[in-house]
Structure formats: structure tokens, C-alpha cells
Design a protein around this ligand. Structure first.
Ligand SMILES: [Mn+2]
Length: 576
């Protein structure tokens, strides 16, 4: 049973924010509830104007990086962009390649193969620099902890410029020409939470200014910077950084740039996702664009994703978009197979929440590229933290996801003795294990988790709601208010409302290829609205004509053949 709590922002603060920002009370309440209580700061957050972006030269080592690149360009040195295989790395790599080509540099790129090279720097980095005769390497989305490989590169005569957003290691930093990372201990940059793509963008922007102080105003550079903002918006949403400060500007401005893009690769991506010609929200990026860009990296090589973003003709772009779409289909099939096996395993052996407060599930041959997504699905399904391990013979690699407020990394520390390696964050972590220690790992992690849960108190699923609304208040006018609060996501959670005393206008219908969804049309007085309850088909029997219904929902536009209509996206319901 999920507990519902309705937020109660201070009415006086709501009135002041509503006045200053020219907003309806519901939208102003949304801002106040999320901590934007000062009217002026709330307005700045709301408008998210590009002039609010911070100066790139406030980042550590930016000048040193620009000077080294200036020399490399002047001397015709080869510059190798070394990205990561996820959305953050792919977008950052592509935008730096494009920027450096624009200013006449000799630029090449390298993305490690997930299944062969692993994440981040390694011997493959030195090989690739040698093969390409590069004397400068720019890392994207990693490198801060790569002291060893960066030393090897230096010994081979290669200078490294790190652009990254990961926490610095406890030990010494790499001997690089520059380490551009807002999280370095001595960084005075005003905002720590940039994604890797955004840090790469900062270098592109910084270099453009460094090379020609008014150069950013040339037509080609302006177009580039705008398209690059669209890349950064995609990375910002997919890397799940807080949508506050600069990140909100990137996301809001970048999503608009994306919707209006003429860039062949981005346009082809919008086409294949069916998103062309309409306003874009963070969910479009998170559920449609991001998975397609990630698909190639998950299944091995992220080459096609970079090629898409670098494509110069529509024809080329369409071919790469199609390839990514196919790979994404393949990824979904693989994911479905692993999820089915993992669920079967849970239902057979691990249903007891007391005994297994953390699900530790492993299987032979489970694909590395999907274990993280499957862990997230198990968390949703069982409302327990989950570690999903793909075994390849004697060894395996796993991915952990958690429920809100619980550190799965802390729980994993309890099983440290039974892992070869592990690390990560509270909400998401990874590990390497031996197949024969999984049972020991499971019981050690669960034991530690029981202690942690004891301190926390058993977590009940909870929904935080913004307001109680009458169905008749869900109108296009309300939507245009909510549109101003977009994009929704991390630390700018989408609004959820509750409406009471509703009735079904007609019996609920089960929908979807796998019959997992419910469509219910609800009525209050003379207002009837369509509501979609995804994944709730198993609750159909709770619904009955003629009974009062309370619905928790987010209103949204549904696009269909060029028309749009308002519908409710259901998060939960109860029947009186
Ligand atoms: Mn990243």
C-alpha cells in the first residue's frame, strides 16, 4: 500500500511567488514546495535564461587546456577525443569533435568497447593514441581517477586534458595538462553538479572564446553552440543530474533547440522516435532518445551513436538512426529475457522481505549491458534495492539500484569480502564477483541491509502530491502553466495531483501488446477525461462502475496524428 501525502506550501509564500512570476497558484505552489521560496530566485529558476550560464573560465585549468589546444591546432598535432560509451560520453565526444573541426584542428575520436575495454581509460587508450599518432588526448566524462593510464600516455609523449564530473579519488590526481572538473577540491566553480557532456561543452565554449574573443558570434559557431546545447540537454537528462541552476538552463534551452534542430543526426533521431514537430519534455529524452543513443554502447560499441551525431547529410543520419533503433529493439529483447529470468528467480526463492531486504540475483549469460536496467525494474516491482549480476563462467559483473533514501552502496560494504571490486553511489553501484561467492555475498549484504533498515525504519512506498484538484480544473490553461515548470526530472519532480469522488465513465479496458496497461475514462459532473494507468492491468478488478474513485495523476498532452489531447497519467488510485 502506498502512502499519499499532499504538500502544503505556505500560502503567503505561494502568493508572493505567484505575483512575482505571474503564475497560477498551482504552479507557484509547485515552486515553493520544491524550495524556491524567494520570489526573485524563483523567477530566475523559472525563466532559466542562457545568460545565467556560468563563465567557462571559472572551471579549474580551463586556461591551461585552451593554451595547449591552441598550440596543438597551430602545429597541426593530432588530437584524440576519448569519451565514455554512455549518452554523457557520446554527446560530449561528438560536440568536441565538431568544435575542433570547426576551428581547423586534426581531430580523431575513441570510445572504449564496453565488453572488451571496460569503462574509462586503460591500455586501449594508449594503443589508440599511438595508432592515431595523437599527441593530445581530451577525455570526456572520465579521467579524474585515471592516474596510471595518463602517466603511461605521458611516457609515450602524449599530453592529456581531462574533462570530467566524477568525484576525485582519495589518492593523487593524474599528471595531466589540465583537469577540468567542477568537483575538484580546489574548484571555485559556482555549480558542482554538471554532467560530463556539459563539462565538455564548457571546454568547447571556453576554447571558442580563447581562440577569438568575439569568435563565438560567427554564424557557424553560433549554430554549433546551439546544437551543442541540444546535445548537452540530452546528456543532462540522461545522466540524471539535478535540474537546477545551470542544468535547468541547459535542459530547458537545449530541449527547445533540439525541437527546432536542423542538425541531420538530431533530426533523424527525432523522426525515428516520432517526436518531430512538437515541444519536447525530459521524458521524451529519457524514454525515447536516450535509450537509442545508449543502445549501441550497451551492446558493445558506441560508434554508431557518435557517427549519428557527427553525420553531415540526412541520408547518412537516417542510416545511423535506423541502426540505433534496431539495436535498441535488440537491447529490449535481451532485457526482457533477463528480466523474466530474474523475476522467476525472485518469485521462486526470494519473496521474503525480512530474509532478503536487498535482492541479490545472478544468472549465467545475463548480458552486462542490461543488468543495470533490470535491477531498476526489480526495484520498481518489489520496492526493494536490487543487485543483478550477469555471470560469464566463473566470474560476473553486477549492477545495483536502490529505493529512495536507502544507500545500496552501504549495504554492499557489508559484503565487501565477497566481491573482487565494487563502487558507486547511494542509488546506483556496480561490482565484480566470483560465481562461487554469490550466496555468501547475498547473506552478508542482506544482514547489513537489515541493520540499515532498522535505523531507517521500514520504508513504505510514498507518493508526494502537489495539490487536490477538481477534474474540471485540469485544462489547457493549467497545462500552459505547468509547461513553464518543465523540464521535469531529478530535483524538479513532475507535479502529481489527486482528484476525488470520480466515477468510471465506462468500464476500464486492458491495453498493450503484453496486456499490462489500463485505460480508464473518468467522470466528475459533466467533465470526462481519459486516464492511462501503465503497468496496472493487474488492478483492474479493484475498479467497478458506480464506485467513488480517487486518482493520483499527472496531466499530459497526448499526441496523435498531429492532434493533441489532454489525458491523465495515473500513478495510483484507490476505490472508496
Ligand atoms: Mn557521466
Amino acid at each position: 500500500m502506498t502512502r499519499w501525502t499532499v504538500r502544503t506550501p505556505d500560502p503567503e509564500l505561494v502568493r508572493r511567488v505567484a505575483g512575482r512570476c505571474n503564475l497560477h497558484e498551482v504552479a507557484a505552489g509547485f515552486l515553493v514546495s520544491r524550495g524556491h521560496e524567494d520570489p526573485e530566485a524563483a523567477e530566475e529558476h523559472l525563466r532559466a535564461a542562457p545568460k545565467g550560464l556560468h563563465d567557462p573560465f571559472l572551471l579549474p585549468d580551463m586556461r591551461a587546456a585552451c593554451q595547449r589546444l591552441e598550440r596543438a591546432i597551430a602545429d597541426g598535432e593530432n588530437i584524440l577525443i576519448h569519451g565514455d560509451y554512455d549518452v554523457d560520453g557520446v554527446t560530449g565526444t561528438s560536440l568536441l569533435v565538431r568544435m575542433l573541426r570547426l576551428v581547423g584542428a586534426n581531430v580523431l575520436w575513441h570510445i572504449p568497447n564496453r565488453l572488451v575495454d571496460g569503462y574509462s581509460f586503460g591500455p586501449h587508450s594508449v594503443d589508440r593514441a599511438r595508432e592515431t599518432n595523437s599527441t593530445v588526448v581530451i577525455s570526456v566524462d572520465n579521467g579524474t581517477s585515471a592516474a596510471e593510464t595518463i602517466a603511461d600516455l605521458k611516457a609515450a609523449g602524449v599530453d592529456t586534458i581531462v574533462t570530467d564530473h566524477h568525484e576525485p579519488p582519495d589518492g593523487p590526481l593524474p599528471d595531466a595538462v589540465a583537469i577540468i572538473n567542477p568537483k575538484l577540491a580546489d574548484s571555485t566553480y559556482p555549480w558542482r553538479e554538471l554532467c560530463g557532456g556539459a563539462v565538455a561543452f564548457k571546454l568547447a565554449w571556453g576554447l571558442a572564446t580563447h581562440l577569438s574573443p568575439d569568435g563565438t558570434s560567427s554564424e557557424a559557431m553560433k549554430t554549433f553552440l546551439e546544437e551543442a546545447c541540444a546535445y548537452v540537454a540530452i546528456a543532462t537528462v540522461c545522466d540524471v543530474v539535478p535540474l537546477l541552476d545551470e542544468n535547468r538552463i541547459f535542459a530547458r534551452f537545449g530541449l527547445r533547440a533540439l525541437a527546432a534542430t536542423k542538425n541531420p543526426g538530431l533530426a533523424a533521431m527525432l523522426d525515428i522516435c516520432g517526436l518531430r514537430g512538437r515541444a519536447l519534455g525530459a521524458e521524451d529524452v529519457g524514454f525515447q532518445i536516450g535509450p537509442r543513443i545508449n543502445a549501441s554502447g550497451r551492446l558493445g560499441s558506441a560508434q554508431s551513436a557518435v557517427e549519428l551525431l557527427l553525420a553531415e547529410t540526412d541520408e547518412e543520419a537516417r542510416a545511423y538512426a535506423k541502426k540505433l533503433d534496431d539495436l535498441n529493439g535488440e537491447r529490449k529483447d535481451i532485457e526482457r529475457g533477463v528480466l523474466d529470468s530474474a523475476v522467476a528467480e525472485v518469485e521462486a526463492n526470494f519473496m521474503s522481505r525480512e530474509e532478503h531486504p536487498v535482492l541479490v540475483i545472478a544468472g549465467q549469460g545475463w548480458h552486462q549491458g542490461v543488468v543495470g536496467i533490470v535491477a531498476a525494474r526489480l526495484v520498481d516491482r518489489y520496492h526493494r534495492p536490487a543487485i543483478v549480476i550477469g555471470l560469464d563462467g566463473e566470474e560476473g559483473r553486477g549492477s545495483a539500484r536502490s529505493i529512495e533514501g536507502f544507500s545500496v552502496l552501504e549495504a554492499m560494504k557489508g559484503g565487501a569480502a565477497h566481491m573482487l571490486k565494487f563502487g558507486g553511489h547511494e542509488q546506483a553501484a556496480g561490482c565484480e564477483v566470483r560465481a562461487d561467492t554469490i550466496a555468501a555475498l547475498r547473506s552478508a549484504v542482506c544482514e547489513r541491509a537489515r541493520e540499515l533498515f532498522e535505523v531507517l525504519g521500514q520504508k513504505e512506498a510514498e507518493l508526494t502530491l502537489d495539490a487536490e484538484l477538481a477534474l474540471a480544473e485540469v485544462t489547457p490553461a493549467l497545462m500552459s502553466q505547468l509547461d513553464q515548470l518543465e523540464p521535469f526530472g531529478e530535483q524538479n519532480e513532475k507535479p502529481q495531483f489527486v482528484s476525488s469522488a470520480l466515477r468510471l465513465a465506462r468500464p476500464a479496458v486492458v491495453l498493450g501488446a503484453d496486456q499490462r496497461h489500463l485505460r480508464l475514462d473518468v467522470r466528475s459532473g459533466s467533465t470526462v477525461m481519459k486516464a492511462m494507468a501503465f503497468g496496472m492491468a493487474d488492478r483492474k478488478d479493484e475498479l467497478a462502475m458506480g464506485k467513488d474513485l480517487r486518482l493520483v495523476f499527472t496531466p499530459r498532452w497526448n499526441y496523435w496524428r498531429g492532434d493533441r489531447s489532454l489525458e491523465l497519467l495515473v500513478a495510483d488510485f484507490s476505490v472508496e
